[in-house]
Design a protein around this ligand. Structure first.
Ligand code: GLC
Length: 412
């Protein structure tokens, strides 16, 4: 028996594509979010970042709009990262927060409100490990109480939130993190909140505590979840950076191309997982031009794909090309076709390539009525022989290249 997803999990899955935001004091140094730890930044120097943190360039509304235009339907913000600094008002719990530096604004409040206005689900990342809190190593039980109270603040002062995204339990694998208490509190205060706890690079896709609603594939490729016999339906999420760092790193120019990101997004949807794509904000909360430009490109594709990208579900149909796949929505099917050429007169347009246009999909029940491309409405030639559908996948006409082309298959 395969369990049915609870409402919050089904809704999260239908949001499909999200924006991860890494931002904190480390952004001022612009060399990754681990800089304090890896580069052993002297305390006094890191303190300066705190003393100069103004968030003057942070415009939550603008970021939410950017995410929306890129086709993203939720945003996961680092409310506190491993350096221990909080982007929210900790209400007396700690002096190491936005209210005690020049910023003096509760950035989580701004974020959640901006999300709500645009029907974007706000997800709150929260570290569980802490490099600077003395209790983390000296008095772990007391530290856990501090962590619990921190999370309690997030669950009580910001209205309805989408969920919590924890990260850091991998730092003390054998410790008792008192998760029953933490997760129990979250579901008491926020019954509809998703609970995710990143299992890290080495344990991708691993399920853990029964309250966990989604497994994580950090920087990885999600695989199909085998839910047979599970006590509840757990979904999956693949998170990924645009270059090699989560926090801004000015000297990291190793960016993925729109093709790589779109293909990753497609892979996620193929296996029913969400794709969480990261951006690192600048020192005071601005968005880099590069980030903006890449998101704009991805948005062009998502706009073309939107009819099936979010609510389309993986199905049993098998495509002749290995990368291709079919999503089912209602009674219609959508085939995602990869690696099509761009067509143009031979020898005139350098990009002219020709490939085999004959594709098949097997496993069909029922009769196909018509097939058309979503990008230009053009009908595809097809032929159905019992459960095997053959169709001609022509390339992009000169003037467009959508990377992954989608055709809608309507049934009789
Ligand atoms: C890792 C890193 C962290 C990053 C996270 C995002 O666990 O420790 O810096 O925030 O992955 O998935």
């Amino acid at each position: 028996m395969i369990p049915k997803p609870e409402k919050r999990i089904a809704e999260f899955e239908n949001r499909g594509f999200g924006m991860f935001i890494h931002w904190g004091l480390y952004s001022s140094l612009a060399q990754g979010e681990w800089t304090l730890n890896i580069h052993k930044i002297p305390e006094a120097q890191y303190r300066k970042c705190f003393e100069q943190f103004s968030a003057k360039d942070f415009d939550a509304k603008q970021i939410v709009k950017l995410a929306k235009q890129a086709g993203m339907k939720y945003i996961t913000l680092t409310t506190r990262h491993h350096d221990g600094f909080s982007l929210y008002d900790t209400r007396g719990l700690s002096e190491y927060d936005v209210m005690h530096c020049p910023c003096q604004r509760d950035l989580v409040k701004e974020f959640v409100e901006a999300c709500r206005e645009e029907d974007i689900l706000p997800m709150l990342y929260h570290t569980t490990l802490d490099w600077v809190h003395p209790d983390f190593d000296a008095n772990f039980d007391r530290y856990l109480e501090y962590l619990r109270q921190s999370v309690e603040i997030l669950c009580t002062h910001y209205g309805k939130i989408g969920g919590l995204w924890f990260d850091g339990n991998w730092s003390k694998r054998d410790a008792d993190w008192k998760l029953d208490e933490l997760y129990g509190m979250i579901h008491r205060l926020q019954p509809d909140a998703m609970i995710i706890n990143n299992t890290g690079l080495s344990e991708q896709g691993k399920t853990g505590h029964p309250e966990i609603d989604s497994v994580t594939f950090e920087q990885g490729q999600a695989t199909v979840m085998n839910r047979e016999g599970m006590s509840k339906y757990v979904t999956a999420e693949m998170c990924q950076t645009m270059n090699r760092h989560w926090g801004i790193a000015e000297r990291d120019i190793d960016y993925k191309s729109p093709r790589q990101m779109i293909e990753r997004l497609c892979h996620a949807r193929k296996v029913g997982a969400n794709y969480l794509l990261n951006i690192g904000l600048t020192a005071q909360g601005g968005v880099m031009k590069m980030t903006e430009a890449l998101l704009e490109m991805i948005g062009i594709w998502c706009d073309m794909a939107k009819e099936s990208l979010y609510e389309g579900k993986p199905c049993e149909l098998v495509c002749s090309n290995e990368k291709d796949f079919v999503l089912k929505k209602g009674k219609d099917y959508f085939v995602y076709v990869h690696d099509l050429p761009m067509l143009g007169p031979k020898d005139v347009v350098a990009a002219y390539e020709s490939t085999d246009e004959n594709h098949t999909i097997s496993g069909f029940q029922g009769k196909v009525k018509s097939i058309h491309w979503l990008d230009n409405e053009e009908e595809l030639l097809f032929h159905q022989d019992q459960d095997v559908l053959s169709y001609r996948a022509v390339g992009f006409l000169y003037g467009s290249q959508y990377i992954v082309r989608i055709a809608k298959i309507e049934m009789q």
